[in-house]
Write a protein of this length. Structure first.
Length: 128
């Protein structure tokens, strides 16, 4: 079984998120999503989510492309997760291109194009 992992906050889930998850799942048989915890968002990412971790996890688990959701508690855990879960492919949006190349000794690293015209930041800005 080929395992894929991706990470994110996935707040105010939109079609760009779902499209990313679908394309990530197409790269393997089993998709794990590392979901940023509320503490990680606040203390390390310096942002606040509209939905809390439990709500965001519930929504992600309802998406047919997602097989498992794990907590992302810090920036450094990715290499350990890749090894712990026997990951074949690590996936992120191309706004992160090059940032996770340090994982290449452990797995394939893929940066997928973002969906144009949509982001959580844009949704928040449009609501103001």
């Amino acid at each position: 079984m080929k395992k894929v992992i991706t990470y994110g906050t996935f707040d105010l889930l939109h079609y760009g998120h779902v499209r990313l998850l679908k394309r990530a799942k197409e790269l393997g048989d089993y998709l794990i999503v590392g979901l940023s915890t509320d503490e990680f968002n606040e203390l390390q990412k310096h942002k606040e989510s509209y939905n809390n971790y439990a709500e965001r996890k519930y929504i992600l688990e309802a998406i047919r492309y997602v097989d498992e959701v794990i907590p992302e508690e810090n920036w450094e855990q990715k290499a350990a997760d890749v090894q712990k879960y026997h990951i074949d492919t690590f996936v992120m949006g191309n706004d992160w291109t090059g940032k996770f190349d340090f994982l290449k000794p452990y797995c394939k690293v893929v940066y997928l194009p973002r969906t144009p015209g949509i982001s959580t930041s844009k949704i928040k800005a449009d609501l103001k």
